[in-house]
Design a protein around this ligand. Structure first.
Ligand SMILES: [Cu+2]
Length: 252
């Protein structure tokens, strides 16, 4: 604006010089000088007005730009906030999914543990076997397997019935399969006080007590006395039971 004013000022000064020089006899040059001065003044005024308008327009543009920039900044901030919230929501979803997975795994593990526990007697049962008999003639299994790695195996007989041992007593006696019938027969005469197990009979490898309903009795089998090439069997020597209550005892 200042640079634009300088030519106008110079024009105005020149006009005034012309007016001063033309103050002689001829009125026409003087009038022409006045006209030129007026024109120059008008031009200068126009220039000033134009400059002012430019300044106002520039200011308006600047203000508009500033408002636009501010609006853009607000929009950007809003976008950023929305993105951040979306990210946070995604993160939360992931976290919850992870948590759900963890809970699911824990439930599976717990279920596996419970299942494992219920299998535990069988799984660890190679050296600790359990067999049951109730108020009917018969064991709950006709075969037991002891791990060859066991130095000794504990066999526990559980009477799951209610009848007393003199009516429906059971025991668990381990013998060679070849001795089964002979030991069964010998047991009949051994008497209930000896659990129907022949006393001092070296054919008896292991034997529990005779038990009635609700009772439990265990015996330990010394695995070192067993021969891998020999077949072994278990029987109940209560009179009349051995023909039915029998099973195979194998080394696995
Ligand atoms: Cu029996």
């Amino acid at each position: 604006m200042l640079t634009k004013n300088i030519p106008a000022f110079l024009v105005l000064a020149a006009s005034m010089t012309l007016v001063a020089c033309g103050s002689g006899d001829d009125a026409t040059p003087s009038s022409a000088a006045a006209e030129a001065a007026t024109e120059a003044a008008n031009d200068a005024a126009d220039t000033v007005a134009e400059d002012a308008q430019d300044v106002v327009e520039d200011a308006a543009d600047a203000a508009t730009d500033a408002i636009d920039d501010a609006a853009d900044a607000v929009a950007d901030a809003a976008d950023d906030a929305a993105d951040a919230m979306a990210d946070a929501a995604d993160d939360m979803k992931d976290t919850m999914a992870d948590a759900e997975e963890t809970v699911s795994d824990m439930v599976d593990d717990a279920a596996a543990t419970v299942a494992g526990d219920s299998d535990a007697p069988a799984a660890s049962g190679d050296c600790a076997l359990t067999i049951e008999a109730g108020d009917r003639l018969g064991y709950n299994t006709d075969s037991l397997t002891a791990a060859a790695s066991c130095s000794e195996v504990t066999v526990t007989l559980v009477h799951t019935g209610k009848l007393p041992k003199n009516a429906m007593g059971h025991n668990w006696v381990l013998v060679k399969k070849s001795d089964l019938d002979a030991v069964g027969a010998a047991g009949m005469t051994a008497g209930i006080d000896n659990s129907y197990v022949p006393v001092g009979d070296d054919r008896i490898i292991a034997a529990t007590q005779l038990i009635g309903g609700g009772e439990t009795s265990s015996t330990t089998v010394d695995m070192s006395v067993l021969d891998a090439d020999t077949e072994y069997a278990f029987i109940c020597t209560f009179p009349g039971h051995w023909s039915i209550m029998r099973g195979s005892f194998t080394i696995g």
